[in-house]
Design a protein around this ligand. Structure first.
Ligand SMILES: Nc1nc2c(ncn2[C@@H]2O[C@H](COP(=O)(O)OP(=O)(O)OP(=O)(O)O)[C@@H](O)[C@H]2O)c(=O)[nH]1
Ligand SMILES: [Mg+2]
Length: 332
């Protein structure tokens, strides 16, 4: 049977048995949203969540190149944490998924061409699954679609998902904060261009990477980041500032070790569970908001709404009274 005619349950069973076409099909359903996406998402609940590493940063910072290089390290397994061996211990990572998310692009179709090219080292490796996701015009939709996609990948048996997000705006911060460990990639000279969103970056970053370390300005970029970190409130985890040259793999092992240290920190402190709970709460809020907005749209198209507008127009109602009345219809 072609993947197009199979039900979500069958597709998920096939995906869990290693059928990548079935997994890709499930992710397309998630991406399109609506009731079919909710049906797929429902199936994926309850499965063990994969460990999620977010890689975010400005367009062209080298995220895909870095991810490509990182996959090689990932395949060697989780390194022992360098803190006396607590936490992550040489766990094998037999499979890895990459989800490349582009909030600004309405195009996807499986894999953005550029990402295909830059991750081609692994194109024929059956244990590496690479997939792109775009907005399809639904504002805020990705913030809901990405966690669902990650869960589906987990339910399909992928233990580690790397989520690459382009950009540094609020939407990207939302998507990035859906990761267990978030790596923020900057380049020499980044400070001038991203002045506006430094606080947002600081909020989500667990690891900072200055990529393109083969270019001038690394020292200044590092000083910038360190100053920013100095100003932030002391916390149990201080994001390390690493340098990489993704094109030749320089610094990539240290990056993977930093991710492993952060993971060990989360596990040891109990933060992994509490942060995941927090994220689920955030997700529930988003679902609620989306549902409410849908009902509001329905309401605004109805007779009662028209009558309320008439009332406000004729002066028998003020807009606040009218809104309260409509709301009690909606919720009551
Ligand atoms: N000099 C130098 N170039 C790099 C390095 N890493 C990546 N590049 C180059 O930078 C360009 C962009 O790299 P990508 O990996 O596509 O960057 P990206 O952040 O994934 O880009 P988008 O997904 O489009 O936002 C490519 O031409 C890479 O070869 C590096 O460490 N040094
Ligand atoms: Mg990319």
């Amino acid at each position: 049977m072609s993947p197009g005619t199979r039900q979500p349950g069958e597709l998920l069973a096939a995906a869990a048995a290693g059928d990548r076409a079935a997994l890709a099909r499930l992710l397309s359903i998630i991406e399109r949203g609506g009731a079919p996406a909710a049906a797929v998402a429902k199936l994926a609940y309850g499965a063990a969540p994969p460990y999620t590493v977010g890689i975010t940063g400005a367009p062209g910072a080298g995220k895909s190149t870095l991810t490509n290089a990182l996959i090689r390290e990932v395949r060697t397994g989780w390194p022992a944490a360098e803190d006396g061996g607590a936490g992550a211990q040489h766990d094998p990572v037999d499979q890895v998924a990459v989800l490349a998310v582009d909030p600004s692009s309405p195009f996807s179709g499986g894999a953005i061409l550029g990402d295909r090219i830059r991750m081609q080292d692994h194109a024929t490796d059956p244990s590496v699954f690479i997939r792109s996701m775009a907005t399809r015009g639904h504002l805020g939709g990705l913030a809901l679609a990405v966690p669902d996609a990650v869960r589906v990948m987990g339910a399909a048996g992928l233990p580690l998902v790397i989520v690459e997000t382009v950009g540094v705006g609020q939407m990207e911060v939302d998507v990035a904060s859906a990761a267990d460990t978030t790596v923020v990639v900057v380049t020499p000279g980044w400070g001038d261009s991203m002045q506006a969103n430094k606080a947002g970056l600081l909020e989500v970053a667990n690891v900072f990477v200055i990529n393109k370390a083969d270019r001038p300005g690394v020292r200044e970029a590092r000083r910038d980041l360190e100053q920013m970190l100095e100003l932030s409130a002391p916390a149990a985890w201080r994001p390390p500032v690493l340098t990489t040259t993704a094109t030749d793999g320089e610094g990539v092992r240290a990056l993977w070790q930093a991710v492993a240290r952060h993971r060990a920190h989360l596990v040891r402190s109990g933060l992994l569970a509490s942060r995941r709970r927090e994220r689920l709460g955030e997700e529930l809020r988003r679902v609620l908001t989306a549902r409410l907005l849908q009902r509001l749209d329905d309401l605004a198209a109805g007779e009662r709404f028209g009558a309320a507008v008439d009332g406000v127009t004729s002066g028998t109602l003020d807009p606040y009274e009218a809104a309260d009345g409509l709301l009690s219809d909606l919720i009551g």
